[in-house]
Design a protein around this ligand. Structure first.
Ligand code: MG
Length: 310
């Protein structure tokens, strides 16, 4: 066996606790390539499919688990979709850079706009989204999609800041839950939903800027407190991430997927040959980690299971 810290068969083991989280004989599956910047994987167990975004190409793709085929799910509409998730009723919820809104794709295929403004002002470009067990929708709104025409439409920010929001999709009530980020990005709840983790990737825009994950306490009324830095990325920037059943965080980074213990300790990495943007757990047992990374979609089968979120 390799010493701790040494790369071993596509993994980097930093702490022995990581040995329980990966199968050293497992290999990274390269499922597809051909995107410009893939993001937002969301797995649908009933359909045995994964939806993901290819933002600069303004399209969403669908990987079929039964055949391995990838085709265009939808695109060319100026949506420039980024983050996706599945709500508590199994519906696709998406963040649109181009539309500057959060949408839900209904069971019959219609697309419902859930929110496109805050106090009358258009959002910047919603980036990533999660749904809490009470049905509330939490999303980040950095300016990446309006900074240039690369993955959206260049525009000035109407809101004037990059905030984190909580939306009640029943009433349309939308509130700022955090307003002290430079570029809020990926987000996810702890297993008991008492904590919310949110990435700040401000360093992508400002030299020496933020490249960390913060943790907040979530009150019963949905307000946040705390917000201390929980972990700093040791390779590039954190973007999207997801949790496993034990509360470990599996996060995107420049050199692969970093696995953090619930106390913030980096215990190991799944090495990926392209910069990783986001991950999600899927497969019939939720023990396959799907990884969007620059031009490609990857996956790896794990001996741990993803947190059940719907
Ligand atoms: Mg993101």
């Amino acid at each position: 066996m390799a010493e701790n810290g040494m790369a071993e068969s596509g993994f980097e083991i930093i702490d022995d606790r990581f040995r329980r989280c990966v199968k050293l004989s497992a290999r990274l599956d390269h499922l597809w390539e051909g995107g410009r910047w893939t993001e937002g994987p969301a797995y649908f167990p009933a359909g045995r499919a994964l939806i993901f975004s290819d933002i600069p190409n303004d399209r969403m793709l669908r990987w079929d688990e039964t055949t391995g085929a990838v085709g265009v799910f939808r695109g060319g509409e100026g949506r420039y979709t980024n983050g996706n998730t599945v709500d508590r009723q199994g519906r696709l919820v998406s963040c649109e850079h181009g539309g500057r809104r959060v949408t839900r794709t209904e069971h019959d295929g219609r697309i419902t706009v859930l929110a496109d403004r805050f106090e009358g002002k258009r959002f910047n470009s919603p980036n990533d989204v999660v749904v809490r067990s009470d049905g509330s929708i939490w999303f980040t709104d950095p300016a990446y999609g309006i900074d240039s025409n690369y993955e959206g439409f260049q525009a000035e920010s109407e809101i004037g800041g990059d905030h984190v929001y909580r939306l009640d999709p029943e009433t349309g009530d939308c509130r700022i839950v955090a307003d002290d980020f430079v570029r809020p990005n990926g987000l996810a709840f702890s297993p008991d939903e008492s904590r919310l983790y949110i990435v700040d990737s401000g360093g992508t825009r400002f030299a020496g800027g933020e490249r960390h994950l913060r943790v907040f306490d979530v009150a019963a009324d949905g307000t946040l407190s705390g917000g201390a830095v929980f972990a700093t990325c040791s390779a590039g920037f954190f973007d999207g991430f997801r949790l496993d059943e034990a509360g470990r965080i599996w996060s995107s980074a420049a050199d692969g997927v970093h696995c953090l213990e619930p106390d913030g300790t980096l215990i190991g990495k799944v090495l990926v040959p392209e910069q990783v943007s986001n991950v999600c757990f899927g497969g019939p047992k939720r023990n396959r980690l799907f990884i969007t990374a620059t031009t490609s979609l990857y996956a790896i089968l794990l001996p741990v299971n993803g947190l059940k979120t719907f």
